[in-house]
Design a protein around this ligand. Structure first.
Ligand SMILES: C[S@@+](CC[C@H](N)C(=O)[O-])C[C@H]1O[C@@H](n2cnc3c(N)ncnc32)[C@H](O)[C@@H]1O
Length: 270
């Protein structure tokens, strides 16, 4: 894939197929080894218990899933790049070829879900968040580990320079596809900041969203809990009450018009 923010799923999968072989090594080099800490903190934030079932979406080579497995939970790696899944073949993990936008799992199948450095690459992040909510049991957890916006201005400026100048230079030496790392820099710059991502997570079936900045906000870990069905029912009931109040405020004329429609429907079926 050429530089630029074309997130066409075929192009994204091809791009990751192309960098798969050296993905883990390149990541560790361009993050100066910080990637290990980010993964460790993601596992801690998920607060996994032995025996729980966890889905790692956009798991790539499974490097993120392998860290989660240290908790004793059963961890499943899902990704749509066969190249990435194959490159992680040496890891003893259940691996599934799956699109984050149409997860091949039953509703409420998992205790927790997570996505590390994947949501930014997905064509429709809101849909991916909703899919992850669908496959998580009520009360289950999500952690999104993603690049974010450094909070201290001088650090932010320095980081922007690194992203736009140094990172492509480093990647051109170590990666088989330097364009992929120009895309990385651009996609990070275009990605919502901590608060904006929290709002998107809240709007897609999750509650109690909190985030933690890591490495000065270069990465943020967003944690949330799957809203219970009762909360959704309460929201629907509140919407119905508001609509009824609006109808009542509009007066009997409006109520009569509604009656007329009902009667017409009964007396003159199509
Ligand atoms: C930067 S890698 C992250 C891999 C791993 N989670 C990690 O922490 O290193 C992003 C991954 O997202 C995957 N991806 C992007 N869009 C996807 C989608 N719609 N469905 C499944 N995987 C997707 C890519 O194939 C790639 O393996």
């Amino acid at each position: 894939m050429r530089a630029g923010l074309d997130k066409d799923p075929h192009a994204v999968a091809r791009m990751f197929d192309g960098v798969a072989r050296r993905y883990d090594l390149t990541n560790t080099l361009i993050s100066a080894g910080r990637d290990r800490r980010w993964r460790h903190l993601t596992r801690k934030a998920l607060d996994l218990r032995a025996g729980e079932l966890v889905l790692d979406v956009a798991a790539g080579t499974g490097v993120s899933t392998a860290e989660l497995s240290r908790s004793g939970a059963h961890c499943v790696a899902a990704d749509f790049s066969l190249g990435m899944l194959r490159a992680g073949g040496h890891r003893a993990l259940p691996r599934i070829a799956a699109d984050a936008l149409r997860l091949p799992f039953a509703d409420e199948a998992f205790d927790a879900v997570t996505i590390s450095f994947g949501l930014r690459n997905v064509l429709d992040p809101d849909l991916a968040l909703r899919e992850m909510a669908r496959v998580t049991r009520p009360g289950g957890r999500i952690v999104v580990c993603e690049f974010s916006t450094p909070t201290w201005r001088p650090w932010r400026v320095l980081y922007q320079r690194y992203l736009m100048r140094a990172l492509p230079a480093v990647a051109s030496r170590v990666s088989s596809n330097p364009d992929a790392y120009r895309y990385l820099a651009e996609s990070i710059t275009a990605w919502p900041d901590q608060r904006a991502l929290a709002e998107r997570i809240t709007g897609t079936g999750w509650a109690d969203v909190e985030w933690r900045n890591v490495t000065g906000g270069i990465v943020a870990l967003h944690h949330a809990v799957k809203r219970a069905a009762a909360v959704d029912r309460e929201a629907a009931a509140a919407a119905e009450r508001a609509a009824a109040a609006e109808r009542a405020a509009a007066g009997p004329a409006a109520a009569k018009r509604d009656d007329d429609v009902d009667r017409e429907d009964v007396e003159f079926p199509p």
